[in-house]
Every structure is written in C-alpha cells, then in structure tokens.
Write a protein that binds this ligand. Structure first.
Ligand SMILES: *Cc1c(COP(=O)(O)O)cnc(C)c1O
Length: 222
C-alpha cells in the first residue's frame, strides 16, 4: 500500500516537482517500504527521531526537517540534514549557520512564510521577510544556503482560499528571487502542498510537496 501510494503520487507530479515523503511518527519498516519503491526524500518533524532513523536506514536517503526547530536541537541534524524547511526567525537561521560552520558545510534552508489565516502557524509574514532579506545580514551567514520558501495553507475545505494562499506564496517567491537572489540560481525551491492539498499546490508553483498520511496512513500520535 505504501509502495503503491508513493508510485501513484510520483506518477502524477509534473516534471520539476519532487515528492517529500513525510514519515514522522512512522516506524523504520514503513520508511523501508517507501524506499524499496524508489523513494529517497523523507521528512521528519523531530530532531532526535530524524537522527535515530538516519542511523538505522540507508545512506542515500535525503533527510529533510519540516517541524518547528528549537535551537538546542540543531546539533542532532546539522552534520547531514539535506534541507531544513521551517526556518521561521532570523535567530534560528543564525544559529543553524553557526552549526553549519562548525560542521564545515552550508546547510540548505527554506524560509517559512506565513500565508494562512490561522494565527497559530509559525513563519515570517511576507512584509517581515521582505524587510529581513532587504537588511542583507543573511548574506554574511556562511553556514547556511537559502534555497527558497516553505508555507502551509489554512486547514479549510475551501479550495479557492487554499489556491489563493499558495498563489500569494508563489508571487512572493518570484519577488524574492528577482529582488534578492538574482545571481543565486540555487534559490529555486517552493515547498508547499500536503496530503489534503498537494494537487492545488502543484498548480500554484510548488516544486516540493510534503505528503505524509496519504502515503503512510493516518498517524497515531502517542
Ligand atoms: C505533518 C506535516 C506534513 C504532512 O502532513 P499530511 O497531511 O500527513 O500529508 C507536511 N508538512 C508539515 C510541515 C508537517 O508538519
């Protein structure tokens, strides 16, 4: 079932859009099934869980971090994490950079944009992010590389609203790329779309969909 879901979603993605299989709370055996179906990108939302799975599973897996990251947990994933999707403050980016320098690498990061209506979601407001990027301090951070933006749409059934939120993220991404990253083609990633809204996300600029329950089934939180 896991293998079928992975193949089915991958088969529906247009060229240039990748699937991140969100494996949080799922056991290594489930990840292994997706791996055997050819999946190599996996996303986790807790640093220690990511580390444990990284130690157990094949080396050619790209591990992505997608959850809220506390600065005291960066150390668990800094040496090998392929992409941190959820950078939501300047301070967190600076701390990740410190760890990157210590590990001798530039850690790829996405800046999390807040476009949803809900107040509880993390992330920069577009105006805040614009001010931060205009400030230019991020250019001095030698242990990170900014690869693009991440966002989550509101958890609503109104597809029109979800589409508008993703489209505003896509428009803002284009603005950032043109204004701040014109000479940096590696700023190219738009991480949006989850199990419930990935097809909408793909129609509105996503290059990386983060799909969990559609692949692994409903999560059991303990
Ligand atoms: C859990 C999670 C996902 C996957 O959610 P599903 O609805 O299970 O696909 C995607 N992105 C983030 C940030 C998450 O925390």
């Amino acid at each position: 079932m896991i293998a079928e879901a992975v193949r089915s979603i991958r088969g529906q993605l247009p060229e240039g859009v990748r699937l991140l299989a969100v494996s949080k709370f799922n056991p290594p055996e489930a990840i292994r099934e997706a791996y055997d179906a050819g999946q190599r990108l996996f996303g986790e939302s807790q640093a220690q869980e990511l580390r444990a799975k990284h130690e157990l599973l094949p080396d050619d897996i790209e591990w992505h971090f997608i959850g809220h990251l506390q600065t005291n947990k960066i150390k668990y994933i800094a040496p090998y994490v392929s992409l941190i999707h959820s950078v939501d403050t300047p301070r967190l980016l600076a701390e990740i950079s410190r760890h990157g320098v210590r590990c001798g690498r530039r850690i790829p990061c996405l800046l999390q944009l807040h476009v949803a209506r809900e107040e509880t979601k993390y992330g920069f407001l577009p105006r805040e992010l614009d001010e931060y990027l205009a400030g230019g301090e991020w250019r001095t951070l030698e242990g990170v590389e900014l690869r693009g933006l991440m966002c989550m749409a509101s958890n609503v059934s109104d597809e029109g609203q979800i589409a508008r939120e993703f489209q505003s993220a896509a428009d803002f991404f284009r603005h950032c790329r043109r204004t701040y990253f014109a000479t940096q083609p590696s700023f190219c990633e738009c991480s949006w779309g989850m199990s419930g809204d990935w097809p909408v996300a793909v129609r509105h600029g996503s290059t990386l969909v983060r799909v969990g329950s559609l692949i692994f089934g409903e999560r059991i939180y303990q």
